[in-house]
Design a protein around this ligand. Structure first.
Ligand SMILES: CC/C=C\C/C=C\C/C=C\C/C=C\C/C=C\C/C=C\CCCCC(=O)SCCNC(=O)CCNC(=O)[C@H](O)C(C)(C)COP(=O)(O)OP(=O)(O)OC[C@H]1O[C@@H](n2cnc3c(N)ncnc32)[C@H](O)[C@@H]1OP(=O)(O)O
Ligand SMILES: Cc1cc2nc3c(=O)[nH]c(=O)nc-3n(C[C@H](O)[C@H](O)[C@H](O)COP(=O)(O)OP(=O)(O)OC[C@H]3O[C@@H](n4cnc5c(N)ncnc54)[C@H](O)[C@@H]3O)c2cc1C
Length: 609
């Protein structure tokens, strides 16, 4: 499809999905499933995941009563317009202004520079009638920082932009189809006025007289929509990883190379330890991210209930966990999808493997909803704060509770003696806790050598990100172990999940061996025992690998992959796909007479043939 066709087709699908949701009707959970099977980014994502939650989280009761019924019936379509051409990560650096005019009781929205143009918001370019806009609030010449506003963008009769608004699509993005189904947009305001009651005023207010009444709750609640989406992105990482792994595992069982004895059949590539060493940790990651995603959903629900009761105590942890896990799981999944493509050899590079499209549509997850490095630095700040409070009498809680055992964890030596010890959950956990704590404490010690803490933080950014990742990996490993401690239905399923849990943990030890050794969390002998155990786990997973990906229950239609077909009938179907290519419509290609023939004839003439 051309970009225009792709975009229009996504509108068609989105509207059809909305019709089904209402007619059947579908529950919220079922509607989410429908979104997965629709399988294309589109304006509905931003309307439901960001526009509506922003109003719910930041609007007053009156504002919710006015706007939510319209949004819930899709009589207005909204997007989330925060990022600008010049600033995305640095939200406090946004430039768009919303200046209160007491004469007219309105805010005047203005884009003072080119870099202040809104740039990137999905659904903004062509579809949205409304947006939640983030802009600097100015009253009586004073800048109160960034606040949210509900703004109508387009005429409800003919969809034309309202006077004072310039709007459009930002252009083609990475890949062929991928994220190009979405109208990521730009927007400039030229002194565009909105009524005062369209500032989202649950957190802070501007009175009729133009007085700014700051919030008595943490201002970070303004970032609540991002926290909510980051949480959902973690579960989605599992879905995308599982999809790539399903394709690569099934194909690895079909594909044979080398190893033929006396003219017999060759070896299935899944039997090579190198293939297992690349593939099975990804399979384990797909399961691990699913379990940590379930836990994160619980954490998010818990913090939301606490916030409603004005208990803000767990907000920093919820922010650190959603930011860190969003970052860690999306980075691992993007890399994992690319690894799966390579695991499928040359055929993985074919469009019909399903992997190039999956990669192209997935990679922006490393950037949207917060650049992954910037988000890990938020985790690092949280860790440094927690370390600095150790010994103050305030016991760390939740995911940092392990830091409360700092004295032990800074001194302990791993008691792993034989390979099987690596299947002991307490020993594995302690190894990850020791490594995470020691990396965090080492950063804190290095920071303390700087007179200026911010300067020290800048100098140590790379180490801080690594410490944050170590903490996030500990969370994933520990939630996988907790999952195994609960009830798991199905004969033998627990054993399979145990294998995957330890593959997940031990492959991380192998991959980040430098961290584990340099922090003395393990010795090199213990590292080789871990490798030994890992190989043994691969052998145990091998007979069940295909069943473990079948368990994801993805249809062939959803996978969209010739290599990942359930029936394994890969080669005939690759031919079928090839023959469908428009280049094969004719035997002699268009362009032959224009370019190829004259070229060949010229050679024939010069060679006097
Ligand atoms: C789509 C794929 C297709 C097919 C796949 C198949 C199916 C998929 C199905 C569904 C889709 C799946 C999922 C996606 C769902 C929906 C979304 C769809 C598309 C994505 C759209 C993307 C939208 C966006 O990108 S919106 C813009 C996002 N922008 C950002 O994230 C900006 C990042 N920057 C920041 O957040 C902040 O600037 C900062 C945190 C980096 C710094 O802020 P600030 O300067 O204010 O803070 P600091 O001084 O550093 O900190 C001050 C204190 O505040 C605390 N803090 C910061 N943030 C928060 C927070 N959020 N909550 C709580 N507290 C916070 C911080 O810790 C400091 O605390 P302290 O105690 O003072 O130290
Ligand atoms: C597909 C897609 C959809 C999007 N949808 C929306 C949307 O609906 N609404 C919306 O408002 N926005 C949206 N965005 C924008 C997105 O949120 C931003 O792109 C994202 O927050 C990253 O910000 P940035 O582009 O400014 O990156 P930058 O911050 O410019 O990052 C560039 C580089 O600088 C590094 N860097 C930046 N700051 C620091 C620092 N402090 N320390 C160390 N390194 C740093 C980063 O790690 C990165 O390597 C979307 C983006 C994409 C790609």
């Amino acid at each position: 499809m051309t970009r225009k066709e792709l975009f229009k087709n996504t509108l068609r699908k989105s509207v059809h999905a909305w019709k089904l949701i209402n007619e059947l009707p579908l529950s919220d959970d079922e509607s989410l499933m429908l979104r997965h099977f629709m399988d294309q980014p589109g304006f509905l994502d931003l309307h439901w995941r960001m526009f509506v939650p922003a109003i719910k989280g930041q609007g007053t009761e009156e504002q919710k009563q006015k706007w939510l019924p319209l949004a819930n019936k899709m009589q207005i379509i909204g997007c989330y317009a925060q990022t600008e051409l010049g600033h995305g990560s640095n939200v406090q650096g946004l430039e768009t202004t919303a200046t209160f005019d007491p004469q007219t009781d309105q805010f005047i929205l203005h884009s003072p520079t080119q870099t202040s143009s809104k740039w990137w918001p999905g659904g903004l370019g062509k579809v949205s009638t409304h947006a939640v806009i983030y802009a600097r609030l100015i009253t009586d010449g004073k800048d109160h920082g960034v606040h949210g506003f509900i703004v109508q963008l387009r005429n409800m009769d003919d969809h034309s932009p309202l006077p004072g608004i310039t709007i459009g699509d930002i252009g083609v993005k990475f890949g062929n189809g991928a994220y190009n189904s979405m109208d990521n947009g730009f927007l400039m305001f030229d002194k565009f006025c909105i009524p005062r009651d369209q500032m989202l005023m649950r957190l802070s207010k501007v009175t009729r007289e133009g007085k700014y009444v700051p919030s008595d709750v943490p201002r970070q609640l303004m970032y609540g929509t991002m926290v909510s989406v980051r949480q959902t992105i973690v579960s989605n990482a599992s879905i995308a990883m599982a999809r790539a792994v399903c394709i690569a595992t099934r194909y690895s069982a079909v594909r044979r190379q080398f190893g033929s004895q006396n003219g017999g059949i060759e070896t299935q590539v899944i039997d090579y330890k190198t293939q297992q060493n690349r593939l099975f940790p990804l399979l384990a990651s797909a399961y691990a991210f699913r379990f940590v995603g379930e836990w994160l959903k619980w954490l998010y629900t818990d913090v939301t209930q606490r916030l409603e009761a004005s208990d803000f105590a767990t907000l920093p942890e919820a922010h650190a966990c959603t930011a860190g896990l969003k970052s860690m799981t999306t980075s691992a999944t993007s890399d994992g999808i690319e690894e799966c493509r390579k695991l499928c050899g040359g055929h993985g590079y074919l469009w019909c493997s399903g992997l190039p499209e999956l990669f192209a549509v997935y990679v922006p997850a490393c950037t949207y909803e917060g650049d992954n490095v910037v988000l890990q630095l938020q985790v690092a700040r949280f860790l440094m704060k927690t370390v600095s409070q150790l010994g103050s009498g305030k016991a760390p809680a939740g995911t940092t509770a392990y830091m409360g055992r700092a004295k032990h964890l800074l001194q302990c030596r791993s008691s792993i003696r034989k390979a099987e010890d690596w299947l002991n959950p307490a020993m594995v956990l302690e190894t990850f806790e020791a490594r995470a704590l020691r990396m965090a404490v080492s950063c804190a010690n290095n920071l303390s050598k700087f007179e200026n803490q911010e300067q020290g933080f800048s100098e140590l950014l790379a180490d801080l990100v690594e410490a944050a990742i170590a903490h996030c990996q500990l969370i994933v490993v520990s939630k996988f172990i907790v999952k195994l401690e609960g009830e798991i239905k199905g004969k033998g399923v627990k054993n399979q999940l145990k294998n995957l849990c330890y593959i997940y943990a031990l492959h991380l030890i192998h991959k980040h061996l430098g961290d584990f050794l340099s922090t003395n969390s393990i010795t090199s002998e213990q590292a080789s025992l871990a490798n030994h155990q890992l190989r043994s786990l691969y052998t145990q997973v091998r007979p069940n690998a295909v069943a473990l990906v079948d368990a994801f229950d993805y249809t062939d239609h959803y996978l969209g992959s010739v290599l990942g077909r359930y029936d394994g009938n890969v080669y005939p179907k690759l031919f079928e796909e090839a023959l469908k290519d428009p280049l094969n419509d004719t035997v002699v290609p268009d362009g032959y007479h224009e370019y190829i023939r004259p070229l060949i004839k010229q050679h024939l003439r010069s060679a006097r043939l």
